[in-house]
Write a protein that binds this ligand. Sequence first.
Ligand code: PAF
Length: 281
Amino acid sequence: MVIFKKIADIQSYIISQRAQNRNIGFVPTMGALHNGHISLVKHAKDVADIVVSSIFVNPTQFNDAKDFEKYPVSIEDDVKMLIEAGCDILLLPAVDEMYPDGSGKMPTFDFGYLDTILEGEKRPGHFKGVGQVVARLLDIVKPDILVMGQKDYQQCMVVKSLLLQTGSNAKMHIAPTQREADGLAMSSRNRRLTEPQRALAGTIYQCLVSIQTKQDEGNFTLVQKECTDLLTTKGFEVEYISLADADNLTLLSNYQGGRPMVALIAARIGEIRLIDNMLLQ
Ligand code: PAF
């Protein structure tokens, strides 16, 4: 794996790869890698000739300064995992390399409705930061295929909108969420859970399964309340338990047969904020 810290260097290297007719798959990350990220790299490897990944803890997408300060960093382990997964190129830029004129000078994008609900509502400014950094990364890497995880469902939709807004040719592939044995979605933030918190964290997945299973009963409000009560009893602070159209994230007050739907949950346990979602079958 070739590691680049300078954008000009990775750009000329990628140009040389492209000149050999190799197509590029790209997996952007913020590091603290786990098997969820590795599954994205492996997916990219299956569909592209060259896999590029990036590790950049983007300060502009953290609406909570504490979350940024405490975001786990494990570059050495990350590099080992990427090599094992067969990643070809890694971009590891410093903040001033990514934002040489300061992040305030970077273009911003309007995600409309998507920025007003769920993560957009609970984390003001988050998607603005995601849009800025992903636009910058796409401009550097110019991938043919962009691989992202379903775990961040709303982010995938925001980035789809970004691809349209920037006229990028990259095709987006959304890879399924990887889960621990108890169903907990893999996430870098899981590392910050204490043992007792970790033991409870699978409850979010149980709630998603119950939202899925109980759709035949046709009463989302009831399941939503049961899940809120269960999570609250276990010490979670629920931010949302929502049902939405899977294609455009229109929030739904009840199940709608024949409509593609996704259930989404955000809840805090102690200092840690966890999100997860499930497409309803
Ligand atoms: O999902 C993430 O890890 C980040 O939001 C991303 C897409 C790498 C942008 O910083």
